[in-house]
Design a protein. Structure first.
Length: 286
């Protein structure tokens, strides 16, 4: 009630407060991701608000949290900051303006952190995941698939003739080929598939819960989307892609580095075959 009244001083009626009275319920609500900010009491019975912060952030929670406490304790303040709290406020000293400002700063801080995280994990040209993000996220996904043993597909793709386009037509033309290749891959694969640019002209895709028939379907869609791109874009050189794909089952023995290397080898074998197709493709089953 006191928190609601204090919020009303700074926000009027432009807010909604959901209140929970247990650690477990609070953690469950935080993981829904539907809140702009969380106000967490430091004293939660047998647990503390700092423990709640650590547990929530360890599970991937992105909601900024402000610790509220009845005691002005510097050690607790520092512990809260180290745990990731956006702010630490002493109840009884908090005014409506102070709380409004703390919430505003907490939200802006989280926005900047999310932006920094996105920049560190994204390829700035294509908007896809970068190498760092792919190996981090793909490892996590493979670990999650170990128990089910679900069949997966790893595709390694390379834009043909990129260096020649850069050298003869300029890097703007080469960048356009890379962006168009990214768009083609996005249009071919599912939203849940992990698509990344590893660097240069190399792309990789991890698609889980696939089967052998999906490989040919991917090839057909890839060929079609490249043809569509080349029909619609006649200003520069046509887009040509070489790709290698392999199927495997999620298991503890599945080495991501080796899988990528094997798919890369398939792609290189394919690239050496100087066919005239806009999509060259090699496939190996598990």
């Amino acid at each position: 009630m006191l928190t609601h009244a204090t919020l009303a001083q700074g926000y009027g009626t432009r807010f909604r407060v959901d209140w929970v009275n247990s650690y477990s319920d609070g953690l469950e609500r935080l993981m829904t991701g539907e809140y702009d900010v969380a106000l967490v009491d430091h004293n939660l019975g047998s647990e503390t608000g700092i423990e709640l912060l650590r547990s929530a952030y360890a599970r991937g929670c992105r909601v900024p949290m402000i610790i509220l406490t009845g005691q002005d304790d510097r050690a607790t303040d520092l512990n809260a900051m180290h745990a990731g709290a956006a702010d630490y406020l002493v109840k009884g000293r908090v005014t409506g303006d102070m709380l409004e400002r703390a919430i505003r700063y907490a939200r802006e801080r989280q926005r900047l952190l999310d932006e920094i995280r996105w920049l560190s994990l994204s390829d700035d040209l294509t908007g896809l995941s970068n190498r760092r993000a792919f190996f981090t996220l793909a490892e996590q996904r493979l670990h999650a698939l170990e128990r089910s043993g679900a069949q997966c597909m790893l595709l390694f793709a390379d834009v043909d003739g990129l260096k020649q386009a850069n050298d003869t037509l300029g890097h703007d033309v080469g960048d356009t080929l890379l962006v168009d290749a990214a768009r083609v891959l996005i249009s071919v694969f599912r939203r849940t598939d992990l698509i990344a640019r590893l660097g240069g002209d190399e792309f990789v895709v991890l698609a889980d819960h696939t089967n052998e028939g999906d490989v040919q379907a991917v090839l057909d869609r890839l060929q079609h989307q490249v043809d569509v791109r080349n029909t619609e874009s006649t200003d520069g050189p046509p887009l040509s892609i070489s790709a290698g794909a392999l199927c495997f089952r999620g298991s503890a023995a599945a080495s991501l580095q080796q899988l990528v290397a094997d798919a890369d080898a398939l792609m290189l074998r394919c690239k050496k075959d100087r066919r005239t197709h806009r999509v060259q493709f090699a496939h190996a089953a598990e």
